[in-house]
Design a protein around this ligand. Sequence first.
Ligand SMILES: [Zn+2]
Ligand SMILES: [Zn+2]
Length: 131
Amino acid sequence: MPMKRLTRQRRAVLEVLRGTKSHPDAAWVYQEVRKRIPSISLGTVYRTLDALVKEGLVMPLHHGGGATRYDANTMPHPHLYCRRCGAVVDLDLEPPDILKEASERHPELKFETFQLEFEGLCAECAGALAS
Ligand SMILES: [Zn+2]
Ligand SMILES: [Zn+2]
């Protein structure tokens, strides 16, 4: 397979992810990337997302057994998961330095990363329920 095409697909996937704050799943990314590269397959999108995750360019979000969602913002930041509409909202909060404490309390374990998750309602759903 020619490298040029891979590079183009990879760039398109990355640009789609960087252009949204909605933390989309692979199916959504596929729909968007197809607008630029109509011949791309869903399998290729999955493989490209996997590769970007392995390279640390994209962060996967696993939550509640649903489809994996993807975040192009790889700086550690907490999320709120809306229990009503499923939105994933970035929070402007400094995550606590909990990895160090975890390592000290459980030296037998090897901690690599953690995600701080909140559950609740996004602004839209909170507003809809309030009115
Ligand atoms: Zn919501
Ligand atoms: Zn995020």
